[in-house]
Design a protein. Structure first.
Length: 365
């Protein structure tokens, strides 16, 4: 993930400058996954969701792929066909307080959802071009957690209580900066199914440096559906494969890949676990850094946690490597980890060559 993603998260907590820098460096070093695009903001359950899972959802017509090229960049013929296959039926437009959010394209499956919206504000409302890295439009108010993008289940309860997920939004180049319309994209990456969930958008805000201006506030609800043939989900024969880490070998248990994400489990023995704990103790003893300062001036050392792991990447036939957008990781019994990570964009697996786990090649057969 990008440095600014972690920085946004860190800015919401009162750390010393040294603590922020050390934590950000540790996260960037340990994370095997990163985002290929800048985000205006991230909604998430916790900072611990450094690893992640992802999904796509939707339906669209044959115009879906050209629309998504404005977001992902140029797509191959196979990727364009994949977009069409993953696309679903568009939800109807929703109007609240004179502002209409109209779905232009949507696709998803396997716990990932992408929704492209055209947002039209009331006549007379200008949406000018924004300059600078700190200026953007966003669908959530970063200064008020009540105004955040949410997932709601069929019982009307927010899914943050039951499902790990991350939400990102981004805005596309304004085709006509003199009108009152803008295009936005919402991404959801979850560690479980999104079928039957509803996406709730609280409004539109303009952020410029430290200043946040509300353009529209209300409630815009869009149902989520998933659509992906099981033929696109491959279970690979990877059980027993090993790769090295600085703390010793780790062993693959299972591996599953789809055009939108990779899920796998691995484990390691007690000797590897103890080596990681020794490294944690050495860091805390030698490089003790104050992580948090209380209102009374008291300090709390920054906790250090090391998980033996190896970078996983998908190598394409042309030698390029597909980037991951984030993911989720959970620790089970017996030093067994379950990891789910999503691609930065849907991948045509027919153009892929193999997975690389550390220095170990895993064929896609």
């Amino acid at each position: 993930m990008e440095k600014n993603v972690y920085q946004n998260e860190l800015n919401q907590v009162r750390y010393t400058a040294e603590g922020k820098a050390a934590l950000k460096t540790a996260l960037l070093t340990q994370s095997a996954f990163h985002s290929s695009r800048r985000r205006c903001g991230w909604g998430r359950r916790s900072l611990a969701g450094v690893l992640a899972a992802v999904l796509l959802i939707g339906t669209a017509t044959a115009v879906a792929a050209p629309l998504w090229e404005a977001y992902f960049g140029s797509l191959s013929a196979n990727e364009r066909d994949l977009m069409e296959e993953l696309s679903g039926e568009l939800p109807p437009p929703v109007t609240c307080g004179g502002t209409t959010m109209k779905p232009l394209a949507t696709f998803g499956a396997d716990g990932v959802f992408y929704l492209m919206l055209e947002i039209q504000t009331p006549e007379g409302t200008m949406l000018p071009l924004l300059d600078g890295e700190d200026a953007c439009y966003t669908l959530m108010d970063g200064k008020n957690l009540e105004n955040r993008i949410t997932l709601v289940n069929s019982n009307g309860l927010e899914e943050a209580e039951f499902l790990g997920y991350m939400i990102a939004d981004d805005y596309l180049e304004d085709l006509d900066p003199d009108d009152n319309r803008i295009r936005m994209v919402v991404e959801i990456h979850a560690d479980g199914t999104l079928v039957g969930k509803t996406l709730g958008i609280p409004g539109l805000w303009e952020i410029n440096g430290e200043e946040t201006v509300a353009i529209a506030e209300g409630e815009w609800l869009f149902p989520i559906t998933e659509s992906m043939s099981q033929e696109l989900v491959w279970t690979l024969d990877a059980a027993g494969l090993t790769t090295e880490t600085p703390y010793g070998p780790i062993v693959m248990d299972s591996l599953r890949i789809s055009p939108v994400r990779v899920e796998y489990t691995y484990h390691y023995d007690e000797a590897v676990a103890e080596a990681a704990k020794e490294a944690e103790r050495a860091i805390q003893e030698e490089d003790a850094v104050v992580g948090m300062v209380g209102e009374d001036g008291s300090t709390t050392p920054m906790a250090v946690s090391i998980t033996p792991s190896a970078k996983l990447s998908l190598v394409m036939e042309d030698g390029s490597q597909m980037e991951f957008n984030g993911g989720f990781s959970s620790l089970g019994s017996g030093n067994r980890h379950q990891v789910s990570t999503t691609f930065a964009q849907p991948v045509a697996l027919t153009e892929a060559d193999y997975l690389l786990w550390g220095e170990t090649r895993i064929p896609l057969t």
